[in-house]
Write a new protein. Structure first.
Length: 414
């Protein structure tokens, strides 16, 4: 039986595995390294975060993004976005150097067993571990507006479903959303001669400012410090102090998680959208139906219209119920917070002893940093400390929390 099973091999999973290996834990890591970055982002996209805020985490900080860039003859500079393709290759380089062998098979089911957990791979192998770290990224949590439910994937897709936008060359596409995914997708479509429009609920688009210079007078830094989520003390708190963020009252955390760092486009994509992409503001899709050749959309504040395809760049909703690889008993017993995501403790341990969470699914507890690569550094250190603590104290045999408020209550022993 392994000490730890890491499920997922994106930035969070690889970082956790690196810290766990350095701590001497016996572990298995499952998943295709950087799969969503390699398969679900079109060529031509860039990282929105600064290069220095986009490092995967190893305990000695040896395998940073800037170090990888140097091996490729590229200098990672503040204020200059990194291509997604380069970031994905960086993740593979990190996996080769900082992580034990990664098993690229998919884990399809995880169940609680006496003394730990049992995981089943896509080809039926069973693996047992005393603890599990779920680092499944964002793909299980894709959110498409209810008005578009039931339409064929030939007509409606999510922005994260496209590693190549070439299929839309010369066609008519409507992108829904007002954030970076929507705006950059629309820019890429326009640049390949797709007829594209953006529908946004907001009354205006919001754009991030060009970041201030890395080196500047001390008084400017004191007034608005750099952080992994952008300049300013509020962003600094979210980015650099997730442990303190978790101590905020739950209603405050819920409000911040729902509103902080809302939809906005990166400064470097603005010129590619304005003047090139039709943007319809104050528009929300209320109904949609298939018609010959595409989709007819009913929208607020305007006449209905037809389009050949709809791309919903409408984000992700990381709720417990979407963790489909957890068996029903285990998933249903997990305590949740107000937004439906699993409740996690200070070491990212869920209400079921030995089951740890990482990434987007923990944003309600640890703040907006968990929506970005930058959060992997804090997460990996804290989570592995929690795993070691759990291994010392032991996993209660057959213990599953019984639901109470938001699904949390006492422990039932089988």
């Amino acid at each position: 039986m392994y000490d730890l099973l890491v499920v997922g091999a994106g930035p969070y999973g690889l970082s956790i595995a690196s810290h766990a290996a350095a701590a001497g834990l016996s572990l298995r890591v499952f998943g295709r390294p950087m799969a969503s970055w390699r398969d679900n982002m079109p060529g031509g996209m860039f990282l929105k975060s600064e290069p220095w805020a986009s490092n995967l985490s190893d305990p000695a900080a040896r395998w940073r993004l800037d170090v990888y860039c140097e091996t490729q003859g590229v200098t990672a500079r503040h204020g200059e976005p990194i291509p997604v393709e380069m970031f994905a290759e960086y993740g593979l380089w990190f996996a080769r150097n900082a992580v034990p062998d990664v098993d690229e098979r998919t884990v399809t089911r995880i169940a609680a067993r006496p003394g730990g957990f049992e995981a089943v791979t896509e080809d039926g192998e069973t693996v047992q571990a005393r603890t599990v770290a779920l680092a499944v990224g964002v793909m299980p949590f894709v959110e498409i507006p209810a008005a578009l439910h039931g339409l064929s994937p030939d007509l409606v897709t999510h922005s994260s479903h496209h590693g190549d936008l070439g299929r839309f060359h010369g066609r008519d596409v409507t992108v829904i959303g007002g954030g970076q995914a929507a705006l950059e997708t629309a820019a890429l479509l326009a640049e390949q001669d797709t007829r594209v429009r953006v529908l946004a609920r907001a009354d205006r688009l919001r754009w991030n400012d060009v970041p201030p210079p890395w080196e500047r007078p001390w008084w400017q830094s004191a007034r608005s410090p750099h952080s992994g989520l952008g300049p300013g003390w509020r962003n600094w708190f979210y980015a650099e102090r997730p442990g303190l963020y978790r101590r905020l009252p739950e209603p405050t955390r819920a409000r911040i998680a729902a509103t902080a760092l809302g939809p906005a486009g990166a400064w470097w994509v603005r010129d590619r959208v304005e003047g090139s992409v039709e943007v319809r503001l104050d528009h929300e899709v209320t109904a949609a139906r298939a018609v010959p050749g595409g989709v007819r959309l009913e929208v607020t504040g305007a006449d209905s219209f037809e389009t050949e395809h709809v791309i919903a760049a409408t984000g992700f909703k990381a709720t417990r119920d979407r963790l489909g690889l957890l068996c029903g008993d285990l998933r249903g017993a997990l305590a949740t917070v107000a937004d439906g995501s699993p409740e996690v403790g200070r070491d990212f341990e869920s209400s079921h002893p030995g089951l740890f969470m990482a990434g987007l699914v923990t944003a309600a507890g640890f703040g907006p940093a968990m929506r970005f690569v930058h959060g992997a550094t804090f997460t990996s250190g804290a989570l592995v400390r929690g795993v070691r603590r759990r291994l010392r104290t032991g996993v209660p045999s057959g213990a599953i929390p019984a639901p109470g408020r938001h699904g949390a209550a006492e422990t039932v022993r089988g």
